[in-house]
Write a protein that binds this ligand. Sequence first.
Ligand SMILES: CSCC[C@H](NC=O)C(=O)N[C@@H](Cc1ccccc1)C(=O)O
Length: 682
Amino acid sequence: MAQKPNKSAPKAAPADTLDVDLLWQMQRVGAANLSPDGAQAVCSVSTPSMADNKSRSALWLLSTLGGEPRQLTRCGDKDSQPQFSPRGDLVAFLAKREDGGVKDETTQLYLIAPDGGEARRAGVVATGVEAFKWFPDGRRVALLSWVWPHLKGTEAQAKAHTEHKARKETGVATSEANYRYWDHFMPVGRVVHLHVLDVHTGELTNLFEGSPLQLSRTEPDNTCFDISPDGKRIAFSHDVNPDQPIDGRNRISVIDVKTRRTSLLAKADDWHLTAPVWRGDGKRLAWLAAEVGRKHTLPNHLAVGDATGSTWSVVSSEWDHEVQAPLQWEEDGEAVLFAAEQQGRRHLWRFDLPDLRAEVVVEGGWLHAFHKVAGTLVTLADSASHPPQLRAHEPDGTAARIEHFNEELLARLNLGDTEEVWFTGALGDEVQMWLHYPPGFDRSRKYPVLHTIHGGPHTAPGDVWHWRWNNKVFAAQGYVVASVNYHGSSSFGHAFLDSITHRWGELELEDVEAATDWLLKKRWVDKRRIFATGGSYGGYMVAWMNGHVPAGRYAAYICHAGCYDWQAMFADDAWSWHAKELGAWYWEDPARIAAQSPHTYAGNFNTPTLVIHGALDYRVPDAQGLAYYNTLKARGIDSRLLWFPDENHWVLKPRNSAQWYGEFFAWLRRHDVATSKGKAGK
Ligand SMILES: CSCC[C@H](NC=O)C(=O)N[C@@H](Cc1ccccc1)C(=O)O
């Protein structure tokens, strides 16, 4: 049942280790959505092309019963978010393509029959479709679209959209406090409204028209709302604050689809409530609740309440994990399914409501998505040793792949081993480190070490595959790759995550240095060849190390999109988080901010550094990397800059990724005594 390999790429040579070209030959499987009987699953699969320097995504129909996968769509190249209709007679998806001689200017909703044929546009939403869900009647979908709130009617929106597209001026004029997000400016003068689209007539109704209601401006996705089982009401998470702060306090409300009357379901001053989902009987709902008003680092917990809005409660507060969206009720209404991280992995959990107890249903690796229908469960998960894959799980726990993308390529690769180890780090705490060994690792030899320091800081990439920071690609170059889940990482409980608050850099550095000391005791480590790299907060860490670690400890650093100067970082899109994380606004306590800022220690910089940054990065503006690079140059420290005019916080284009890995390895080789001069591992 092997999938047809990615024909647009040259046949992989009989390679046995993973390099960037083979990495980019791999197809990227997305989350699956099950048919009502659980027998079929539809997913989007992205196929990169180094030659075209882009990726194309198409829908594939898979069987959970062992049938042969089949490509469902072929005409588009951005087909995404597929969802079976409640009767299973249609698959709806988002696309931007040409249909009926009309070329989409914005993303539209399309329909296709599961047994194939041509897709058709399900009506015109001039302002575009961000996300959608089917109504139980299978005739309508609820969808999100950015609209001009003062206008009434779809024609007025379409006219405004046309005028906006035709404008000649390019200036962005706004009075919003939050106007950018990651790599784009939010649409000025527009808000996200909830609509109903009849997929047969194309009739579009804006449920929020004329109201002050709006949904998330940062991540308008289909976890923001859920349709009641009877199709009469829609629960949604929203912030009534017109400024829509990035760290706001959402409440849960319900709107009657017919009357458009809204009612409050749940709110609490210090609590941020999100991701509502209805129980199958329509009498209760579940949602996420985080008491961020008490402390900004407090996690999302599971909350449940009745549909009348009379009572609700947080049910997982004793469970020191973060519950993550989306939530899904079990059919018996006695439990809720969700993903949550634990010690550098992400599992699928079942939270039993009567017992208030969480148990692992499917172990990660890293579980990315899941869907359960009619007793069939499908998951999308990866691990350090394989990219995201789809599996169907039987009630007895057995699981079977339902696609075989990349199988032929993976079967030929020797990826090397991955090991989870623990060492004593800062505060005397046990700290986790993942070691990715080179293929053919031989403990009697000497190896270079490459620290890959994760970003966030509140993340915990452990047993994970990563397309941009692929530890197996790094290891294949001969490095033992060390990934420390330092203090401040997620998945080790709230106290560990919160331990770095107001003192960024301190405990994390202690952990990384303790890890290096642990490694240096290993006979197979060549102490002359220790390197460190990291992106974003990981880039911050290697810049921090350059100012805090004596010369010679590390042979070289690579800093990708690193936070360098916290005062200048106020130009970022996440400025409202700064005071909470650093302990003050920069104008209130400049000394405190400077003490946590790598640029303060520029006088100590001593280690050669490759600086990488994208111009479209609004989370860590590229001025951060340029300031760091210029400082290194001013101080006569060997340094190099790789700057992308067309990349954001990440490097997403195939050719740019190849250039990124190429420059990355060339920099390491240039500062490696084994390659630049002398012999490796005497
Ligand atoms: C806690 S503030 C921002 C958190 C966010 N974490 C994960 O996505 C993030 O964007 N982290 C950046 C580093 C950063 C930290 C603070 C302000 C801007 C950027 C990252 O590591 O990706």
